[in-house]
Design a protein around this ligand. Sequence first.
Ligand code: GLN
Length: 548
Amino acid sequence: MARYIFITGGVVSSLGKGLASAALGALLQARGYSVRLRKLDPYLNVDPGTMSPFEHGEVFVTDDGAETDLDLGHYERFTGVAARATDSVSSGRVYSTVLEKERRGDYLGKTIQVIPHVTNEIKDFLSIGDDEVDFMLCEIGGTVGDIEGLPFFEAIRQFSQDRPRGECIFMHLTLLPFIKASGELKTKPTQHSVKELRSIGIAPDILVCRSEGPIPVKEREKLALFCNVRPDSVIAAQDLKSIYEAPLAYHREGLDQAVLDAFGIHPAPKPNLTRWDDVADRIYNPEGEVKVAIVGKYTQLEDAYKSIAEALTHGGMANRVRVRIEWVDAEIFDKAEDVGPSLEGYHAILVPGGFGERGTEGKIKAAQYAREHKVPYLGICLGMQMAVIEAARNVAGLDAAGSEEFDHEAGKKRFEPVVYHLKEWVQGNHKVSRQVGDDKGGTMRLGAYNATLTEGTKVAAIYGTTQIDERHRHRYEVDVKYRDQLEQAGLVFSGMSPDGSLPEIIEWPDHPWFIGVQFHPELKSKPFDPHPLFKDFVRAAKEVSRLV
Ligand code: GLN
């Protein structure tokens, strides 16, 4: 049975709980343990799939097709352990399961209550796969004291009682504000937060305190005394220049040692941190810089493209360059005659995924600019679809080319639906079908699907294989019936679904680097194992940077 580490937050949100959890996972791995990380989110949405990227940041998709919180992305990037649908749950999901069971009569006429029915459901979720790993790290979203979070806090309290003594610990993340006028680091908000936690029956074993600078001994002792933790279990989490230094920084602060001590594991196995030393060396000692434009719609909130930004950073690490990302709002291009002045000077252009019509004409123009000016271009999902529409309109002569996603008038005018609404496809060995007007949640082509690459193409060389599997999240698809026409115009369909019906990758062979992919390669990239497409994309950008 796994040992459990529950990670909660207090004082304010956005303290980097996800990152702390991920870094701790990496440190436990460095000591030879196996880990799995989980996220429990108090909001009432069933999953983040239908939440606006402006509000909630990116939706992270797992191999098994779940739409989850972006923290699962951090978990994967730091531990390399592929997240599963069962690693993410929300209040909405818990309540909907409980209500389904109630309707089915599973509770045999009992009155359904938060305790025990909702808390039992949460505990069942926590227990899934507990015989597979040494440590299960479970992060509770939000901050202690939130109304929606209470059932989760109650459930983890009960869970720690159900398990043998010493098998569960609690780690609480707070903020130590620095008051400039008095030059003091204040511990009171943390004391209050711990008081709140203890009032619901949870006593933290470890305190992780976000602060601008180091925690002086006096404050550390005060925190230990008032919050009832050991002084060496007060861990400082200082701001870092790169998140990828977090495992090393937490190790220096003694987090992993404090965790093993709290479990009574003696002697603790020695850590091997070479992976993270190498990562830090690459991130902090680049030999150059490349400038990449991301032409997207959700550019005001960088979290909306979190995994893409991280994957580019990984690509930079592989090539020992810093990748400077500049966010370009595609909507501004929608009406622009000439996008040249806005796109000049970049060493590469990336058009990410997205939904809805706004900004799509701008993305098409960005693809055209990249093709004509031989600038490396990576189109992801919608970014591939727009590149195909651009090719259809401007090279293959299909000037009415468009996507069914935007063209509501499609039936009424001359229209070439180069990108169409996919309603039926094969997953494993069964057929999936969808209708217009279906529920919005969880109804896209989601999760890992295989693709077959054509021998001799750029992507086959980049991947070093012709069989790949990548994660998907989309409703629309490039229509294979335009393949011949587009290939005659020079665009190569270099990756297809195994049955040949769904285009997965396109490329321009006479271009230094122009690739569009229907899937999301960014979701599988790791700092210690950069995704081949991002690695090679940044290499191509580096080449351009040397020429200019
Ligand atoms: N909106 C497009 C579709 O549903 C692209 C989705 C995406 O970029 N993830 O097919």
